[in-house]
Design a protein around this ligand. Structure first.
Ligand code: ATR
Length: 274
């Protein structure tokens, strides 16, 4: 089956090796999948070495997703829109293809695992960095009625809205004005505040009565936002663990041509993060 890896910095806590090995067991595949820690200055060379040495596919996590996109020879539509990639695949002719499964993974987690139909939802996207770029288009594709992008630095929010280029549906507001924006049906936390150990100051008024609050991270990084969401009366509060498993399933299918079962793998990973 060849060699696979996830590149990140740090990489020690990554669940990707465990997820891909569990998928491989479902099909009796022998899979070599490891975590590779590469500092940003070494990332591109480390990926090229990996592919030169028998690597066939790589997942890419923080902080390398933009660099992964930049070094690729070919880009999927999802990667081109996000300008970032979480999957790199070696093509038969030796070129490298970039793909981004983050947005599709989040929407599938919400729609299929949690059985929530996002069509007609008013959506608030908190953050405008790499993670927000990865999910914004998929939220629109899932049928949200409006997408309001709010970021601490307004320039980044404007840049994302401009890239989407659908002013009737996707627009920006100022973080300072959050309390005056009314209530939303879907609130996605795509900031890195939790990962950085910081709390967000968010008004309860943004949480609508059927609101689904979703944090793209999981574990400790998601705790504060989800606690805030429950206190604010959100109907649903979900972390990004299901998204991680779904994004891995898309990469697995791309590389191995088979669709793994995500539910048992998710259930196993959920235990320590219950
Ligand atoms: P990632 O790949 O995780 O998205 P990123 O591209 O560095 O990382 O983006 C981080 C996002 O989290 C940005 O939207 C950032 O806001 P700024 O553009 O204003 O920096 C947001 N962010 C990080 N810490 C934050 C905090 N304490 N409060 C609000 N937003 C925060």
């Amino acid at each position: 089956a060849g060699q696979f890896a996830v590149f990140g910095h740090p990489i020690g806590h990554s669940l990707s090796p465990q997820i891909h090995r569990a998928f491989a067991r479902q099909f009796g595949l022998e899979l070599e999948y490891r975590g590779i820690d590469a500092a940003p200055v070494d990332f591109e060379e480390a990926v090229r070495d990996f592919f030169a040495d028998g690597g066939r596919g790589a997942n890419v996590t923080l902080p390398h997703k933009a660099a992964a996109f930049a070094m690729a020879d070919e880009r999927s539509v999802a990667a081109a829109r996000a300008r970032s990639a979480n999957v790199l695949t070696l093509l038969p002719d030796g070129r490298i293809a970039a793909h981004n499964t983050d947005g599709a993974g989040m929407v599938r987690d919400i729609a299929e695992r949690h059985s929530v139909d996002l069509r007609g939802h008013t959506a608030l996207l908190l953050g405008a960095g790499g993670a927000a770029h990865g999910v914004a288009w998929a939220m629109l594709d899932a049928g949200v009625e409006t997408l309001t992008i709010v970021n601490r630095s307004p320039e980044a929010a404007d840049a994302l809205a401009d890239a989407i280029g659908d002013p009737a549906r996707a627009h920006t507001r100022y973080w300072e004005d959050l309390a005056e924006l009314g209530a939303f049906d879907l609130i996605v936390n795509a900031t890195s505040a939790g990962v950085l150990g910081k709390s967000l100051e968010l008004p309860f008024a943004i949480v609508g009565n059927r609101a689904l609050c979703y944090d793209l991270s999981y574990g400790k990084a998601a705790t504060d936002f989800l606690a805030w969401a429950r206190t604010a009366g959100a109907r649903y509060a979900f972390d990004g663990l299901g998204m991680l498993v779904e994004t891995a399933a898309d990469a697995f299918e791309l590389w191995h041509g088979r669709r793994p079962e995500t539910d048992p793998v998710y259930a196993e990973l959920r235990k320590p993060y219950a």
